[in-house]
Design a protein around this ligand. Structure first.
Ligand code: DGJ
Length: 342
C-alpha cells in the first residue's frame, strides 16, 4: 500500500472507531484499484462494460458489454455517438469479487443477419441478468439499439445456466415507451423490476415484470419527469430503496445523484451527490452501472461505475468503490486503492 493510501486507511479506521463508520473497506492483500486496467485470471483485461453482477449459489457473475475493435464516429453522426461493433455480452465469475475468470461470450453477436438486433452494426448496452427461482431460468435484459440510437428498445434473452449460452427472445419498447439505459432489480419477495430511461432519456420508468421476468407486467411508474437521468443502479438498504443515476451527457461524465424511496415504484426523493473526495463532482470521471451488496457482509455495498474512453471504448475502465454508511448518510468516498473483507 502506498504511503498516502496507508494514511487514508489509518484515518478511516480511526473515524470508524470514533464515529461508528460502517463500510466494507479493510486492509487486505488483494486490492481494487479504481480506473486501472483490471486483468482476469488469464491475464487479459476484463471486458464487461456497462455491466452488472448476479450472485448465485456462492458465485458472483459479472455480465457486461464485450467491446472489441476500433471505436468509430459514423460519418452521418450529428452528436458524439462513438461506437464499436456489437461483439456480445461477456461473463466472468468470481468467489471473492476481485479475481475474475472469463466464462465466455454468453450472448454472442449475430453476424450473418444485418437486420438482427445483435448484428455487429447495431448497439448492445448495459446487460443485466437476474435469476428466476420459479422457472429456474437466468434472464438477461439489455439496451438494444440501432447505430444512431433511434431504436430505443429492451432486448430479452434466457438461459438455463448463468454462463449461457443465452437464447435471444427479441426486443420491444416496454410499456410502449422508449427504453435506453437500464437495469434490473429483484426484491426480497421475488418480484422483479426494470428501470429504464425513457421519453428521449428525459423520464425514468420503473416497470414491474411478469412472474417469469420476461415481459413488463403493465404496472409501471414515471419518475424524475423531465430530469434526464440515466445509468440507473438500484439497491435496498435497511428496508429503503436507493437509486443511483447520472445525468445525460453522452459518454462524458457528470455529477451522480442518489434518490431514496419507501416503495420501489416511488415516489423517489433526491438526496444529492453521494460521491465525495477527488473529482466527486464528475463521479470520478465515471458513470454508474450497478450496486452490488457483498453477500454476508452487512453494510458492505460496492458501487460500480464505468470510466468511458469515448474514442477507444474497449479501453474503458472500471471504477468500483465501497459505499459508506455513517449516521444514516450514504456516501461513496474516492479511494485510489482499497480491499474487501475476507
Ligand atoms: C450514456 C449511456 O449511459 C451509455 O450507456 C451510452 O449509451 C452513451 N450514453 C452513448 O453516448
Amino acid at each position: 500500500m502506498k504511503k498516502k493510501n496507508l494514511i487514508g486507511f489509518m484515518l478511516a479506521a480511526l473515524l470508524g472507531v470514533v464515529f461508528g463508520v460502517e463500510s466494507c473497506e479493510q486492509k487486505a492483500e488483494k486490492t481494487i484499484v479504481p480506473g486501472a486496467v483490471w486483468n482476469d485470471t488469464d491475464g487479459n483485461p476484463i471486458n464487461a462494460h456497462g455491466g452488472g453482477l448476479l450472485y448465485h449459489e456462492g458465485v458472483y457473475y459479472w455480465y457486461g458489454e464485450y467491446k472489441q475493435g476500433e471505436t468509430v464516429l459514423p460519418s452521418w453522426a450529428t452528436w458524439e455517438c462513438y461506437r464499436t461493433d456489437v461483439t456480445g455480452v461477456s461473463c466472468y465469475s468470481s468467489t471473492d469479487l476481485v479475481n475474475w475468470t472469463f466464462r465466455g461470450i454468453v450472448l454472442p453477436a449475430v453476424k450473418d443477419d444485418p437486420d438482427h438486433d445483435l448484428h455487429p452494426s447495431k448497439v448492445l448496452e448495459r446487460p443485466k441478468v437476474i435469476y428466476n427461482k420459479h422457472t429456474g431460468k437466468f434472464v438477461m435484459w439489455a439496451h438494444v439499439e440501432s447505430a444512431d440510437y433511434s431504436k430505443a428498445c429492451a432486448g430479452v434473452a434466457v438461459s438455463d445456466s448463468p454462463t449461457g449460452i443465452f437464447s435471444y427472445l427479441g426486443s420491444f419498447r416496454p410499456n410502449d415507451a422508449m427504453s435506453r439505459d437500464q437495469t434490473l432489480f429483484v426484491d426480497d419477495d421475488g418480484l422483479a423490476y426494470h428501470f429504464y430511461s425513457s421519453e428521449n432519456n428525459e423520464t425514468l420508468y420503473i416497470s414491474q415484470l411478469t412472474d417469469d421476468y420476461l415481459r413488463p407486467s403493465g404496472h409501471y411508474t414515471r419518475n424524475f419527469i423531465k430530469e434526464s437521468r440515466e445509468a440507473p443502479a438500484v439497491f435496498k438498504h435497511e428496508g429503503k430503496y436507493y437509486l443511483l443515476t447520472s445525468g445525460c451527457t453522452g459518454w462524458d461524465p457528470n455529477q451522480a445523484e442518489l434518490a431514496v424511496a419507501d416503495s420501489i415504484m416511488g415516489p423517489w426523493t433526491t438526496i444529492g451527490n453521494p460521491c465525495t473526495g477527488d473529482d466527486a463532482s464528475n463521479t470520478f470521471h465515471a458513470q454508474s452501472t450497478y450496486v452490488q451488496p457483498v453477500v454476508g457482509k452487512p453494510n458492505c455495498y460496492i458501487a460500480m461505475f464505468d470510466r468511458w474512453n469515448k474514442t477507444d471504448l474497449a479501453d474503458s475502465r472500471y471504477v468500483w468503490l465501497p459505499m459508506s454508511f455513517v449516521d444514516g448518510k450514504i456516501t461513496i468516498p474516492w479511494q485510489a486503492e482499497w480491499s474487501l473483507p475476507k
